[in-house]
Write a protein that binds this ligand. Structure first.
Ligand code: SAM
Length: 264
């Protein structure tokens, strides 16, 4: 995200994300999560959870009792809200710090595990719906020179039962290039933006973190979804805290993909 929030990265090197032993770090986001901790929920882009969740309950027709996977769940704000709606939610995140925060005050029906979105540690077909919001792994490339988000969408699709639904947000390439700031460095070859952003922890200490955000056009999202065996139902333009059924435009920061696993 440009300019205001920990949506991506840290200064540590990108690394192998396979095999998550406790304590080992495998993704450049993890030191940022360690540093920001609960202060993540002070950032303005996290304040629209209730609106976003209510919108998704409607758009995905989520019923109480349904099994929902939240990929890159962070401290669990959407997972908690969906569990309070009555869903049975599993949150997966690579950052141990965020998994611990999510689990600490989890309502009944929400459970959290550490795992890599590129190799989801889940039974195939176990979920009725899957979400990945606010660059929940998707859009945070392990190697910023070669974004590899296709495997995240494929893993989410595999975790769904046939007919299961997906909601995923991705940062808009259009918005990014229209609003580039001096601190942004957008790699046009791969559609990844880099910025060095100041991040504050709970005590108010500020540190700079390198942030990499892979950006998308609606067409790219449609192509990725199709290759993951998904039927695309909608691509809407959205703003955090203001999810709506708005056709893709150039002025909204994110696209919201709504898709369904092909039913055999
Ligand atoms: C900007 S936060 C979004 C968190 C949450 N979805 C939200 O809306 O607040 C990005 C999250 O993705 C997680 N993440 C990044 N890469 C991941 C990966 N490969 N697998 C699982 N989680 C990942 C980070 O640890 C972080 O919690």
């Amino acid at each position: 995200m440009s300019g205001s929030a920990p949506r991506a990265g840290s200064s540590s090197a990108a690394g192998n994300t396979a095999g998550k032993d406790s304590g080992e770090q495998h993704h450049w986001f993890e030191p940022l999560a360690d540093f920001v901790g609960p202060a993540y929920l002070r950032y303005s882009f996290t304040k629209g959870t209730a609106q976003e969740t209510a919108f998704l309950v409607d758009a995905l027709a989520l019923e109480p009792g349904e099994r929902v996977l939240d990929v890159g769940c962070g401290p669990g704000r959407h997972a908690h809200a969906l569990a309070r709606h009555g869903c049975r939610v599993a949150g997966v995140d690579i950052a141990e710090r965020f998994v611990a925060l999510a689990a600490a005050d989890a309502p009944q029906g929400a459970a959290f595990i550490r795992g890599d979105a590129h190799a989801l540690p889940l039974r195939a077909g176990a979920f009725d719906a899957a979400i990945s919001l606010c660059q929940g792994g998707f859009g945070l490339p392990v190697d910023p020179g070669a974004p590899n988000d296709a495997s995240i969408l494929a893993g989410m699709a595999a975790a769904l039962r046939p007919g299961g639904r997906i909601a995923l947000t991705a940062f808009s390439s259009y918005f990014m290039v229209r609003h580039l700031e001096e601190t942004d460095d957008f790699d046009a070859a791969v559609g990844v933006n880099h910025e060095l952003a100041p991040v504050k922890d709970a005590g108010g200490e500020e540190r700079p973190f390198d942030l990499w955000t892979a950006c998308y056009t609606p067409r790219e999202l449609r192509l990725l979804a199709a290759s993951a065996g998904l039927d695309v139902l909608h691509v809407w333009s959205v703003t955090p805290g203001r999810y709506e059924r708005r056709p893709p435009d150039l002025e909204s920061p994110e696209f919201l993909l709504i898709a369904q696993r092909v039913a055999f």
